[in-house]
Design a protein around this ligand. Sequence first.
Ligand SMILES: [Zn+2]
Length: 377
Amino acid sequence: MTEKLYDVNSHLKEFSATVLFCKDKKAVLDKTAFFPEGGGQTSDKGYIDGVKVLDVKEENGEIYHYLEADIETGKTVDCKLDWEERFDKMQNHSGEHIISGIVHSLFGYDNVGFHLSDREMTMDFNGMLTREDLKRVEQLANEIVWRGAKFNCYYPENLENLEYRSKLDLSENVRIVEIEDCDMCACCAPHVENAGEIGIIKILDFCKNKNGIRIWAVCGKRALLDYNNRYQNDLKISSLLCVPQTEIAKSVEKTLENIESLKYEIGGLKRRLIAEITNSFVSECKVSVLFQDGFDIKELQLLSDALHKKTGDMIAVFSGADSEYSFAICGESEKLDGWFKDFKSKLNVRGGGRNGMVQGTVLNTKDEILGVINELD
Ligand SMILES: [Zn+2]
């Protein structure tokens, strides 16, 4: 059976081992520091004898290294972990233990789900927490980081007198991860040696999940990257709004209020414009056509309806640009239905309607539209 070097030394980045077996790009070593997938954490990556390690899995008590190519059985090989990725996972997994330990001791909830991928860390608890609760948990978690609480991982000889958290009901070979004055939990993964290595613990988001809560959190380098992303966003918004970064939320709120009042003002002006167009409109043919800039469908409907009511004629109003016009056409139902059928068949039209009003979009030029209307008139 492979000696699990990661169990006793989580900071081992390079090691030598003997290849016990290798077939179909699947190798077993006499000892390994590559942590296999397990306990909610994905496997380590790296190189064995210069060959890329794609995945590591523990199957029936054996640790298999899935490689990009075969390596020689019996050979002594140099192995190297992708340390950056491993350390990132240790920072986050150890941070998760601190959060889960605090949630358990403050609220009595159990961690019932944990997922740590290269990008995201989530943890599920079997009880609900408020934003305020999470703020308190985050503060206490970071206090444990600041005091550099020791992590101690071991296989205890006697489990009976130990009070520890566990997702599985195991009775033997239980590895305990103990965090000084904070938590004790069964876990097979490598962890930091002291909480100071985690750097920072930041809870990002949460949602209701079954009868409890799911939490998203980032620790260490991930938290710094996340901070930098948010910082760049704030910087951009602050320069667009010409306000200090600390004022951006207030400024966005004010800008949205201004947009709302402008929309209201524009709505009033458009209604006045519709009334003025209607007052001065003189119909010249059976189907009157009007191209009006900056009107949406609703405004086109209002205008065509007002003009139809005034003249009794069929009125077609368009707004937009060549190949992307919106339109509303108002007229006597019977006449309009047949006319619109012909109009639709001759142009690229999407839309329809009833009771004397049709609307939609037409993907033709102004000249093409006028040509067809004159032809149908
Ligand atoms: Zn764990």
